[in-house]
Design a protein. Structure first.
Length: 270
């Protein structure tokens, strides 16, 4: 844990107070999320795990302002979230890169859509490419990149406008196990360097424990919060977590405790 968090001085960046979501359908209302109350501190890495269909992705869309809440209060930097938020970046399971654009131009698509000054955007894009370990691939096209590299491009694009919050919806779900572990290391490094607030949706309990400061465990649909766990595994920019931590007794106990929730519910995702 970082010193600011330990000292309790970090401000609450995202706050949910009894937030619910009910979808209106031809067959009547469908409850997706029961009242959710929790917060995320500035600079914190928080993961959400839960069974398929429990409303994890719906939660992320609510924070992004892509869906309206049904009741309760949801704020970002103290302001109610009403409509799409300019101060967030989103990374989806698919990298969603344009095949006819190279790496640099795919990242700069964000600048074009937001009408950012192009010279400054290009300079920032090149800095992000370097931070993501993609130097030398600026002119490569998506088909010339591995799946992991494509997702790094997607992360760079999401960070181009320097948002406070990075929202990630199963970004590594389509990758093989070894590539996924490598991307966990890369994401941790990028997070430690960028100092962004991250909300990650994942089915992988080990991934959640490895990356997070806190893990939120959701129940089956309609989703509610079963538990929130502080992950007390030390790390810093100078000394990040390594994959070796996964064999530690502390890590195994965290994973075992979180997994027990899904056995108790009678469901378990991969």
């Amino acid at each position: 844990m970082n010193e600011e968090k330990a000292a309790g001085t970090m401000r609450k960046l995202i706050e949910l107070d009894k937030v619910t979501k009910i979808y209106k359908t031809n067959d009547g209302p469908v409850e997706s999320l029961k009242p959710l109350t929790f917060h995320i501190h500035e600079g914190e890495f928080v993961s959400v795990v839960g069974p398929s269909g429990c409303g994890k992705s719906t939660l992320l869309k609510l924070v992004a302002g892509l869906l309206p809440i049904t009741s309760g209060q949801l704020t970002l930097s103290g302001k109610r979230i009403e409509g799409p938020q300019q101060n967030v970046g989103i990374v989806f399971q698919s990298a969603v890169l344009l095949a006819w654009r190279n790496v640099l131009d795919n990242i700069l698509l964000q600048a074009e859509m937001r009408h950012m000054p192009m010279d400054a955007a290009r300079a920032r894009a090149l800095d992000l490419i370097k931070m993501a370990g993609l130097s030398g691939f600026e002119k490569k096209f998506p088909w010339q990149l591995s799946g992991g590299m494509q997702q790094r491009v997607s992360i760079c694009r999401a960070l181009l406008h320097d948002p406070e919050v990075l929202l990630m919806d199963e970004p590594f779900g389509a990758l093989d196990a070894m590539t996924r572990e490598k991307m966990n290391l890369e994401l941790q490094r990028i997070w430690l360097e960028s100092k962004k607030t991250v909300l990650l949706i994942t089915h992988s309990i080990p991934e959640a424990v490895f990356l997070s400061d806190r893990v939120i465990v959701m129940s089956e649909r309609p989703g509610t919060i079963d538990a929130i766990y502080d992950i007390d595994l030390a790390r810093s920019k100078q000394s990040p977590r390594t994959l070796d931590v996964m064999s530690s007794l502390e890590f195994v106990q965290y994973a075992k405790t979180i997994r027990a929730h899904f056995y108790a519910q009678g469901s378990l995702d991969h």
